[in-house]
Design a protein around this ligand. Sequence first.
Ligand code: FAD
Ligand code: NAI
Length: 465
Amino acid sequence: MSYDLVVIGSGPGGYVCAIRAAQLGLKTAIVEKRSTFGGTCLNIGCIPSKALLHASEMFEEAGHGLEALGIKVGAPKLDLPTMMKHKQDTVDANVQGVAFLLKKNKVDSFIGTGSIAAAGKVLVTKADGSTETIDTKNIVVATGSDSAPLPGVTIDEKTVVTSTGALELNKVPGKLLVIGAGVIGLELGSVWGRLGAEVTVVEYLDRILPGMDDEVAKQFQRILSKQGFKFHLGSKVTKVELDKAGAKVTVEPSAGGGAQTLEADIVLVAIGRRPYTEGLGLETVGVTLERGRIVIDDHFKSTVPGIYAIGDVVRGPMLAHKAEDEGVAVAEIIAGHAGHVNYGVIPGVVYTQPEIATVGKTEEELKAANVAYTVGKFPFTANGRARAMRSTDGFVKVLADAATDRVLGCHIIGKGAGDLIHEVAVLMEFGGSSEDLARTCHAHPTMSEAVKEAALGVEKRSIHI
Ligand code: FAD
Ligand code: NAI
């Protein structure tokens, strides 16, 4: 067998790359070691977490949100097995969808662990130990990432879990202790908190969601505290001991000092993810790694000709849509076109309630880079639709270049923020200004009007505040 392209890994980076390559006429194959396609994102990441976030949000709404709208339903009862079935059905539909798309685009698939025997040769080792060698002109490594371990803490995926175990719990923990106030900790903490767990978050830094806009993070922490989250910021976990009742967790100030012991039924370790390159044979063929990530140039080329890499296994944010866009770009480059990813405009969304969405630079980044900027801000308390939906928490912040008015970033905390952010992403792709956004007619009454009002606010001419 001989191919133009073999992709190793079928996550959002790999499967999108394979489909785009096939569309462009390349004879393409994909190798996946799981029994289903779709990678972390579809099997144990984005999709199952969003299914549980949605279901738990409905549970919370039924319990606490409906009465004020004049709807009395009584206290909702949790049927966790059915909620988990909803999650699994969602995953199944998505992974089967990818299998269908690969077939439709005539991408050959190999289920087994791929390794690179040499440039141009991929070895597939199947579950029964048999092997097969595939010849190919080009290889794209899209093997993704894995949960980062916490030194000294043993993960058993029962009491001490990663996100994978936290998506599979068969009962609501009385006390959930989350290590890491990042995206996974706050999303999955929200799921189990809404279903009744007492959630405590231990975070090494003195803030939640590092890297996101400071003001957004501060307001979000206040909102989560109202939702029942307890935070130990500037703290680190030094020991987790298991006993019959669950876990005893030793927490110390990050800067050193007296320790305290917290009890938990479940401990979720969510301190980041690390690139996954195990067993690929990269070192043998001479592919250079840096801090675990495959080193690539601006065209996704590794240090060995014919071997490319994309997604979580290379530099940049570990996000599904970033991996997808890289998949498209590298396929286009291999096919002789001009593939490109604009890393300045990659939105990030935290799917909590309210949602958080961000694109472009934060104020902190602009200050650090000495860029003069102007700020327009608009709160959802002044938005009619938000009031009608009793969803007035949050605001929109638009940042524009002080000299040119070009929009440099936008940060939103509020219901539906993950959808609202995209008009700003499109604007930024076109190099648009805050005035362009402010002069665009926005339908009334929508949450999007808050985006327009924030853009008007850049020139201090918001109407509704
Ligand atoms: P992956 O999706 O990790 O896929 C890599 C694939 O390669 C896997 O299927 C793996 O089995 C396979 N593989 C590895 N080694 C080999 C080998 N040697 N041979 C064959 N196959 C191999 N991102 C978002 O943008 N939005 C979200 O809402 C979101 N939610 C998340 C929630 C959770 C709980 C987690 C854990 C992650 C979430 N992410 C989210 C991150 C997102 O899942 C990743 O950024 C994305 O999956 C990366 O895609 P990828 O293609 O690089 O790798
Ligand atoms: P993260 O990088 O978002 O957050 C990890 C947090 O743990 C940070 O706040 C960090 O300061 C803290 N931390 C690190 N070491 C610690 C320690 N020893 N003790 C206490 N705190 C510690 O990583 P997370 O949440 O694990 O997510 C991994 C990746 O998955 C992220 O890069 C994210 O992009 C992706 N993801 C994206 C989602 C989305 O887009 N909605 C959802 C879930 C995951």
